[in-house]
Design a protein around this ligand. Structure first.
Ligand code: IMP
Length: 417
């Protein structure tokens, strides 16, 4: 059985927890896009793990985690993640962590470029400033540095020299900043290369040799942050949708049995961009505090709002979602009236995320909330009837089964139907 897990909103849907749950019946867990702009949180025992680059499946024993070619890697962040996990007693070695030689490396100039560009924009994107966008730009303009280059001193020297030749005048003349030191970057990155080299491999060959194993593809961010299908330009620089699981991993077009779309029971967004169901007042603050909605990567407060079924339906379509994981249902406990967006006012049905989303006004269906604590419920039958009503309403609207319901931070706080 091969599965893909993707976010159906603007990221932070709680994918990490669902991936961690599914990883137990999987052999190989693969990240296929994004970089350390992502932050997946998993709580197990009384320990909290936040992953930025390494697939959260690393917490399970006897699994192999792969960072695919579609990922962009900040070597310093990856190394500190490896060290941090090891310090917590988690096994991380070249046996269970493989990095694609084709993945691209985030360089110091990418990070600075990210913040310079953002600070000069009139229309801000709200990037995480991790250098993600500029790294992908270099990839596509064919001057990127790949892991294969990083671990080859001769190639790395040449590519770094070439990049600084092109970029330093820009930093000096346009951004009025001191040029980057070739020697400093070379020394620093050669040190990272030495430590990361044992993990690097030909992942295409690895997948081919393991094609009978069970794969789990772990998406980062969410559908509406996809570079094509998202709320452009307020998006990230990669394809966050399920179809990229294959292209971004090098796993060749294998059979995918399930595509699990993850959505929160409400909605959040970090950074700029349209968000039709956003709650700006006290209710928004209430959900932010109750759901601890602060970015796992940047700690920025997340914008909160009601669940938007118009967008959810579209995300189901774009990703070919076969089933849904609904997370953080417990956050809605005690909310008297729950609204769900079922249409946009004054707009035709064709108006959706491709265009005009900043102009639409949501049309809500009001549902009665439940005044019960759901956090200790482990069986669907034990859920409050009004919570079940909410679940069934969503299912009918988007025509997909909700197979997983998460009701708390703990690893075991998942209801499987
Ligand atoms: P970038 O990916 O850092 O360039 O940021 C582009 C946009 O995507 C910004 O609005 C970020 O807040 C958002 N973003 C990037 N990664 C994540 C994530 O993992 N969760 C939520 N939002 C994200």
């Amino acid at each position: 059985m091969n599965s893909v897990v993707v976010g159906l909103q603007w990221g932070d849907e709680g994918k990490g927890k669902i991936i961690d749950y599914l990883a137990k019946d999987t052999d190989i867990i693969v990240r296929f896009q994004g970089g350390n702009n992502a932050g997946h949180t998993v709580v197990f025992g009384n320990r909290k793990f936040v992953f930025h680059v390494i697939p959260s499946g690393i917490l399970r024993k006897n699994k192999v985690c792969v960072i695919g070619n579609g990922v962009v890697i900040d070597p310093k962040v990856l190394l500190s993640e490896i060290t941090g996990l090891k310090a917590k007693g988690i096994d991380v070695s070249p046996r269970n962590l493989k990095i694609s030689l084709l993945s691209h490396v985030i360089m110091p100039y990418h990070k600075l470029m990210d913040s310079f560009r953002e600070s000069r924009r009139i229309q801000k994107i709200g990037t995480t400033m991790r250098g993600i966008g500029p790294c992908y730009v270099d990839k596509f303009s064919r001057c990127g540095i790949r892991m294969a280059d990083l671990i080859n001193p001769k190639k790395f020297t040449l590519k770094l020299r070439d990049n600084l030749k092109e970029k330093n005048p820009l930093f000096v003349k346009v951004y009025k900043r001191a040029p980057f030191s070739f020697k400093k970057i070379l020394d620093e990155y050669c040190y990272y290369a030495k430590l990361l080299k044992p993990y690097c491999c030909d992942t295409i060959d690895f997948f081919y040799k393991n094609k009978r194993k069970r794969f789990l593809f772990e998406g980062a961010q969410g559908t509406f942050l996809d570079i094509d299908y998202g709320t452009y330009p307020f998006v990230t620089s990669s394809h966050t949708v399920s179809s990229n699981a294959i292209l971004g991993s090098g796993a060749a077009p294998i059979k995918i049995d399930r595509i699990i779309g993850v959505t929160k029971s409400y909605a959040t967004r970090v950074g700029e961009g349209p968000f039709p169901t956003e709650l700006k007042g006290k209710l928004g603050d209430y959900f932010r505090n109750r759901g601890r909605e602060f970015g796992a990567t940047t700690n920025r407060p997340r914008r909160c709002g009601w669940l938007d079924l118009v967008l959810l339906k579209r995300a189901v379509m774009v990703n070919s979602v076969t089933e849904i994981a609904l997370t953080k249902l417990d956050v809605l406990d005690g909310t008297e009236e729950i609204k769900v967006c079922i249409d946009y006012k004054g707009e035709t049905k064709e108006r959706h995320s491709d265009y005009g989303l900043d102009e639409v006004k949501p049309f809500y269906k009001n549902l009665k909330g439940w005044n019960k604590d759901l956090s200790s419920v482990r069986n669907y039958a034990d859920l409050a009837p009004l919570a079940k009503k909410y679940i069934v309403f969503i299912e009918r609207f988007i025509r997909r089964k909700i197979s997983f319901i998460s009701v708390g931070e703990l690893r075991k706080a998942v209801i499987v139907r």
